[in-house]
Design a protein around this ligand. Structure first.
Ligand code: GLY
Ligand code: MN
Ligand code: MN
Length: 461
C-alpha cells in the first residue's frame, strides 16, 4: 500500500470535481469458482484500490461530498473466522492506513444509502462489471441490477478517468517493476522456444515467474505458434520448426500495477529469411512509433504512422501495392493488422476499460472511426505527460479473414492476394512495449526486453 497521504490526496482531487452527493465505490468480493468456499484468485477493484487502497474483499468506500467525510464499510472478523484465517486487523485500523476515520459495518450500508436517497441526494457510482456488484448495487439502490451499468454517474466516470489517466511517479515505479518481471517471463519464453516443446510448458513456466515476483499475470497469457489469432488463449500446440511463437504476457505487481509486453520468437531461435522480412517490418513500426511518441501527437496519428510503415514494408515484399497513404486511409492494411496500436495501461492492463473505453480514449472532439481496424483503436486522443501506453504493432495472416476479403475482392487495388496467400501458414508477429509520455517526449518503461533479431537469436542460443 502507498502512504495514507496518497489516498487522501486522490480523494481530495476527486472531491473537487464532483458537485454534490455521495460517491459509492464498491470493493470486490470473493467469487466462487466451483463451490462457495473455493473462490477465484481475489482481485480488488482498481478504482477501490486507487482511492481507498485496501486489498481485501468485502469492503465499500463512501465519499460524502456535501459533508466532506469519507467512510469505509466492512465487517470485523470474529473468532470463528480467526480459526480459519488467523487474526486480522480491524476495519478501523485498516481504514486508518488510507486516511479514513469513519467506519461502519457492512450491514449499515443499505440504511446509509436509503437515508441519502430519501433526502434526494445524488448517489454517484461507477459501472459495475461483476455480477456480485451489480446485484449489490441493485439491492442498495432498489433498481434493476441489470441496468446498473447504464445508470452509472457520467460525472464520476469522467472525473475518475481524468485522475487515473495521469500516472504519479510512484505509479510509474510500480509499472517499471511490472515490466522487469515481464523481462524474466519473456527471456525465459525465448530460451524455451525449441522444437518439440509444448506451449503449455512455456506458459506454465512464465505464469510461475509472474506469481513468484508479483500477483501473477496482468491478463491471461497469450502464447501460441498460432499468433494470427490475436488473443489466443489455448496452449495446446507442440512447437515446430518454421513457426513463430507470439508471447503476449505481462505481470501484475503486488500493488496491482500492470505490464503488457509482446515478443515473437522463431521456434529454434533462428529467424529464416521470410520470418526476418516480416519481423523487420513490425519492428520498424514499433521503433518508429516509439521514437515519435510524445506530447503534441495523438495516439490516432501514431497508429496511422505505424500502419503506413507496415503497408510500405508489405508493398516492398509485393504483398500490398498502390499508394501507401491511400491504402491506409481506405483501411486496406487492416487485413494484416486489424487491431489498434495500443491502449492505456496502469492498474488495469487495458486501463479503466471497465469505466467505458470511449470515456478513456475518445471525447466530444475526437470520435471513434467506424472503419474496420481503426474502429478497434482503444485510445485516439492527444498524448499528455503522465500517460502510459502500450505500442504494439503486428502483422498477421489470418486465413479466414483473407479468404473473406479475397472473395469480396475487397481492396484488391491495394492487396496482391496471390502473393499474400503464400503466407497463409505464417501465423503472426506482434512486438509490444510499454511507454510513458514525458514533458519532452517519452520513456520506454522497465529493463529493455530483447527485440532486435540478433538479441533474440543470442538469448535463444
Ligand atoms: N494483452 C492484450 C493486449 O495487448 O491488448
Ligand atoms: Mn499485450
Ligand atoms: Mn496490449
Amino acid at each position: 500500500m502507498f502512504k495514507e497521504e496518497v489516498y487522501i490526496n486522490r480523494r481530495e482531487s476527486l472531491r473537487k470535481s464532483i458537485s454534490n452527493g455521495l460517491i459509492l465505490i464498491l470493493g470486490n468480493v470473493d467469487s466462487p469458482m466451483n463451490y462457495p468456499a473455493n473462490p477465484f484468485h481475489f482481485r480488488q477493484d482498481s478504482d477501490f484500490l486507487y482511492f481507498f487502497g485496501l486489498d481485501l474483499q468485502g469492503l465499500a468506500g463512501i465519499m460524502d461530498i456535501d459533508q466532506g467525510k469519507d467512510y469505509i464499510f466492512g465487517d470485523d472478523v470474529d473468532v470463528e473466522d480467526i480459526i480459519w484465517m488467523g487474526p486480522q486487523p480491524s476495519v478501523k485500523d485498516l481504514a486508518a492506513k488510507v486516511g479514513v476515520k469513519n467506519t461502519m459495518p457492512m450491514g449499515k450500508l443499505a440504511d446509509f444509502i436509503e437515508e441519502a436517497k430519501s433526502a434526494g441526494r445524488v448517489i454517484h457510482f461507477l459501472p459495475p462489471y461483476r455480477g456480485e456488484n451489480k446485484m449489490t448495487l441493485g439491492a442498495l439502490l432498489k433498481e434493476n441490477p441489470c441496468q446498473m451499468k447504464s445508470k452509472a454517474s457520467e460525472e464520476l466516470i469522467k472525473s475518475v478517468v481524468a485522475l487515473r489517466s495521469y500516472k504519479q511517479a510512484l505509479e510509474i515505479q510500480e509499472i517499471e517493476k511490472a515490466v522487469d518481471i515481464a523481462y524474466d517471463m519473456h527471456t525465459t519464453a525465448m530460451q524455451m522456444c525449441k522444437p518439440g516443446v509444448k506451449e503449455q510448458e512455456i506458459f506454465g513456466a512464465i505464469e510461475g515467474i509472474a506469481l513468484a515476483h508479483g500477483m501473477g499475470p496482468s491478463f491471461p497469457i497469450i502464447l501460441s505458434i498460432n499468433g494470427q489469432t490475436l488473443h489466443n488463449h489455448s496452449h495446446d500446440n507442440i512447437l515446430t520448426k518454421g513457426r513463430m511463437m507470439v508471447t503476449d504476457a505481462g505481470a501484475e505487481t503486488n500493488m496491482h500495477y500492470a505490464s503488457d509486453i509482446t515478443r515473437t520468437t522463431p521456434v529454434g531461435g533462428k529467424f529464416d529469411s521470410r520470418q526476418k522480412e516480416i519481423y523487420e517490418i513490425v519492428l520498424e513500426a514499433n521503433t518508429k512509433a516509439i521514437e515519435s511518441a510524445g506530447p503534441g501527437k495523438s495516439n490516432k496519428e501514431l497508429h496511422l504512422e505505424a500502419c503506413k510503415v507496415l503497408t510500405r514494408g508489405l508493398k516492398e515484399l509485393g504483398i500490398m501495392k498502390g499508394d501507401v497513404d491511400e491504402a491506409v486511409a481506405r483501411g486496406a492494411h487492416a487485413l494484416f493488422m486489424p487491431h489498434g496500436l495500443g491502449h492505456m495501461m496502469g492498474l488495469d492492463v487495458h486501463d479503466m476499460e471497465g469505466l467505458g473505453e470511449s470515456y478513456v480514449g475518445y471525447n466530444d472532439e475526437v470520435k471513434r472511426s467506424d472503419q474496420f481496424g481503426l474502429a478497434f483503436l482503444r485510445f485516439a486522443l492527444p498524448f499528455k505527460p503522465g500517460h502510459v501506453f502500450t505500442i504494439e504493432p503486428g502483422c498477421y495472416f489470418i486465413p479466414e479473414l483473407m479468404g473473406k476479403w479475397k472473395a469480396e475482392r475487397l481492396h484488391s487495388e491495394f492487396i496482391n492476394y496471390s502473393k499474400a496467400e503464400q503466407y497463409l501458414d505464417f501465423g503472426g508477429v506482434r512486438i509490444e512495449d510499454d511507454v510513458l509520455i514525458t514533458e519532452t517526449g517519452h520513456k520506454v518503461l522497465g529493463k529493455p526486453i530483447p527485440k532486435e533479431i540478433e538479441e533474440i537469436e543470442a538469448i535463444c542460443s
